[in-house]
Ligand binder design. Structure first.
Ligand SMILES: Cc1ncc(COP(=O)(O)O)c(C=O)c1O
Length: 445
């Protein structure tokens, strides 16, 4: 059955652009000879060729990601859990303690308000941004405009990834510390950029290498990613380090992202400095903070990006397309946490400090080699050379899980510079950490 719209009307013909005569003649031939008449219109439900095998063809940005390094460990851990085995889990830096009760109560109270259930603002509610600015002022002496220099993210990882998407594209290069927290490298790769990894263990050398790379790479690096206290290596820095970073950024024209995820977890009186406290830092970069670690709110997905207003505007633009902001009840409870639970954050740090002491004492007794961390949620330890000679880091981590029921992260999950290392998260209590060390010892007998 013919539809009127299948045949061009005179009005349609009048809308065609003018053509030269030959073209018009060609057009006539083609319309006369091959244009399907109403009754000849092909039936697209009838197959005209052999069916092809359907294949989901993902984008290059997905294809070029390496296999997930923690997959083997996670699968075995899952199987063991299902089989009811008790595994001492030092694998993921996933806090195991709850947030403060008054924060949970505030969430429940806020969620009971019928007016908070709609879409929120993608850059976060103003009172939460204000609270972040207040904390920066109180703790680091940094003045921030909550409207233009702070944005709320769905966890700092989301914000970081989208910031890379906002700043990086094909042909751009970022410098990333090695070993690396995976998203530091792969968010750049997902944005189409290239990565140069520089070893993080000696901070002075790291700065020299940044300068050297800027002098010799063409085009110059566009972005420097830094993360102190560093995950996984636990390296920390003092304010002077950031002062030098700002100077280098201004000299060579690169932007800076500081991932300050472990701002609130520090030991022995050490206070991790903020990149934004260095003079001129907001001219060149931003800093991500989170409520996942110090506040035990990892599942709530609350992070912040603060600093350079143009970079924040670029992130806000991307987020405006991608998300509708965080559930407002969560944001209201986060305000309460920032305002009222600073003492609990300090207490949580002391808990991690005691666990660090227990684990480090145990590993020392085993004769393992490591730096006692001054901050963060991990111990980054070399396992004995005799075992390194026999198997890869991944296989060693699998052995500890398979035979010792102890889960750790193999250092190679953080790049090749992690070969020979294990990252052990301080998320089990002291007794279980002691037990974990005993199980490691027994497994290696
Ligand atoms: C260095 C670093 N940055 C960011 C994150 C992610 O934090 P968030 O929970 O805020 O996304 C983590 C979590 O393990 C981390 O170790």
């Amino acid at each position: 059955m013919a539809h009127e719209t299948d045949i061009p009307s005179d009005d349609d013909a009048q809308l065609q652009p003018p053509q030269d005569q030959n073209a018009a003649a060609d057009a006539d031939v083609s319309s006369a000879d091959s244009m399907p008449l109403a009754d000849d219109v092909p039936d697209h439900t009838e197959p005209t060729t052999e069916p092809v095998e359907f294949k989901v063809d993902t984008a290059q940005r997905v294809k070029r990601l390496p296999p997930y390094m923690f997959g083997r460990i996670n699968n075995l851990l899952y199987q063991k859990r299902r089989a009811g085995e008790d595994v001492i889990d030092m694998g993921m830096g996933n806090p195991s303690d709850p947030p403060q009760q008054l924060v949970v109560d505030k969430l429940a109270e806020a969620a009971a308000n019928p007016r908070v259930h709609g879409y929120s603002k993608s850059n976060g509610i103003q009172n939460l941004r204000r609270e972040v600015a207040t904390k920066y002022s109180r703790k680091y002496g940094v003045t921030l405009d909550p409207d233009e220099e702070v944005i709320v993210c769905l966890g700092s990882k989301e914000g970081f990834s989208h910031m890379c998407l906002a700043l990086m594209g094909p042909g751009d290069t970022a410098i990333v510390p090695a070993p690396y927290f995976p998203v530091h490298t792969y968010a750049v790769a997902l944005a189409g950029g290239n990565v140069i990894s520089l070893e993080v263990n000696d901070s002075e050398k790291f700065l020299q290498n940044v300068a050297y790379t800027c002098q010799h790479l063409y085009p110059k690096p566009k972005l420097l990613i830094i993360n102190y206290p560093h995950n996984p290596s636990t390296v920390t820095v003092e304010q002077g380090f950031y002062d030098e970073v700002v100077k280098l950024a201004k000299r060579y024209g690169f932007m800076v992202i500081s991932d300050f995820a472990y701002a609130d977890v520090a030991f022995d009186g050490y206070q991790p400095p903020s990149f934004l406290s260095s003079p001129g830092a907001s001219d060149v970069g931003v800093e991500f903070t989170t409520m996942s670690k110090g506040y035990n709110m990892a599942g709530w997905r609350i992070g912040f990006c603060s600093g350079n207003r143009e970079m924040i505007k670029a992130l806000a633009t991307i987020k405006g397309y991608y998300d509708y902001g965080m559930f407002q009840a969560v944001q209201v409870a986060a305000i309460m946490a920032l305002r009222e639970t600073e003492d609990a954050v300090l207490e949580q740090s002391r808990i991690y400090e005691s666990r660090r002491n227990v684990l480090c004492e145990g590993l020392s007794r085993l004769g393992w080699d490591f730096e006692v961390p001054k901050a963060g949620m991990f111990v980054w330890a070399r396992f004995p050379q005799e075992w390194q000679d026999q198997m890869s880091t991944m296989d060693f981590a699998m052995k500890l899980l398979e035979e010792g029921n102890v889960a750790v992260s193999p250092g190679t999950g953080f790049g090749t510079t992690g070969e020979g290392y294990l990252r052990m998260a301080l998320v089990e209590n002291e007794n279980r950490l002691r037990q974990g060390v005993r199980q490691i010892k027994a497994c290696l007998k």
